[in-house]
Design a protein around this ligand. Structure first.
Ligand code: SIN
Ligand code: CO
Length: 379
């Protein structure tokens, strides 16, 4: 992607300018980010997805005059389990639609000026008149693309968010909107994390949220330390703690200082491999989402790469760093021309037949194995 090229998607500024001025900093409203946009999925296609076991979906129903005034249910939902379309004030939210639909996946790809490691998913919401999830704050960045109908967005910086008690949703009690906009199909609003917002459907409405993944420090520490420890298991072997010089103790409950020193050494040794953390990070970031499964080819299917181009399956996560190629939770050391071509595959999600020819026999074998696993497809 040419990151210096001005895009209608970003209101006539380039990805480079957008990242510098707005990303994680302030909201941006873009009128006609996608001119003449029409929904990629019809209402009935969305309702069919809501019934799908593999789809994470939520139904939020406003209950005026009742306490609590909101009801939240988790899917899957058969059509008859949903309120009638004539009933105002309900919304259904479908998470990860990009994994199920190629056109939604392609829409998400337009936002790949942000690293794949940050891009999360496309959530689609369908709402009847007045529907929404109430004023709230998200901890992630989001592009809110209006796909069908109109939605009123009220937004504001929220200094000290206070949540409503006794409701099943995270709804702000003290929301103070500072700006409001009505979005029409093709309009888009970018919000940085922590910016309070409330979207109210004006008539039947569909909104696509391009959402981002924000790793938490604690989550990374937990994940990576565990992975590093597992990787180091062979290296550290069965080394046992020895305490031949342990004197007799009067305070038996006290942990020996020597044991703490042994523990320090164990962690240090596990981290000794300079690539261990990078490997763990890449494997973690490319781990497929829990609901993802690939359609593997029967093992005996001979995959013949010659003359073919390849394309990554839309569910495949492929990334790289200076030393590695990562794909769906696995890591490979790569250098030279193979590394260059594998990086190309990760960036453009495909390789032409000509590019494929330039891979070493060993790398071609790997690609064939990925094709058998359903991680990529021959075209
Ligand atoms: C919605 O589409 O109704 C909610 C999106 C959001 O507020 O993040
Ligand atoms: Co939100």
């Amino acid at each position: 992607m040419d990151i210096t090229q001005a895009l209608p998607l970003l209101g006539g500024i380039s990805p480079q300018q957008f990242m510098k001025r707005y990303w994680q900093k302030k909201p941006l409203l873009v009128r006609q980010a996608l001119p003449q946009f029409t929904p990629l999925l019809s209402r009935s296609e969305l309702m069919a997805l809501a019934a799908d076991e593999d789809m994470a979906s939520r139904l939020v129903v406003q209950q005026p005059g009742k306490n609590p005034g909101w009801q939240l249910k988790h899917g899957p939902f058969q059509r008859k389990a949903l309120p009638p379309f004539k009933q105002a004030g309900w919304t259904i939210l479908l998470q990860g639609v990009d994994l199920h639909d190629e056109s939604v996946h392609q829409l998400m790809n337009q936002f790949r000026f942000v690293p794949d490691a940050r891009l999360d998913d496309v959530m689609i919401s369908y709402a009847t008149d007045g529907g929404g999830v109430g004023p709230h704050v998200d901890s992630y960045d989001v592009f809110l693309l209006q796909a069908h109908g109109r939605r009123l967005w009220r937004i504001g910086r929220q200094k000290k968010p206070v949540l409503q008690d006794g409701v099943p949703l995270r709804i702000l009690n003290n929301f103070v909107p500072e700006q409001e906009f009505v979005l029409e199909p093709g309009d888009m609003l970018y919000l940085p994390p922590g910016y309070a917002h409330d979207g109210i459907a004006q008539g039947e409405c569909m909104t696509y949220s391009i959402g981002f993944r924000i790793p938490k420090k604690a989550e990374l520490a937990r994940e990576l330390l565990q992975r590093v420890a597992e990787q180091a298991e062979d290296e550290l072997g069965e080394v046992l703690y020895r305490d031949a010089s342990q004197p007799a103790v009067a305070q038996a409950a006290e942990i020996p200082a020597a044991m703490l020193a042994f523990a320090h050494q164990a962690v240090e040794d596990a981290l000794k491999d300079p690539l261990a953390l990078a490997r763990g990070l890449g494997e973690y970031m490319t781990e497929p989402k829990p609901q993802v499964w690939f359609e593997a080819l029967p093992q005996e299917d001979e995959v013949e790469l010659a003359g073919c181009a390849v394309q990554l399956d839309r569910r495949t996560r492929m990334m790289f760093d200076q030393q590695h190629i990562f794909i769906n939770g696995e890591s490979f050391l790569a250098a030279g021309r193979d590394a260059e071509l594998m990086r190309l595959l990760a960036n453009q999600k495909s390789l032409s037949a000509k590019e494929l020819q330039k891979l070493s026999k060993q790398a071609q074998k790997l690609l064939a194995a990925w094709a058998v696993a359903g991680w990529l497809h021959l075209i």
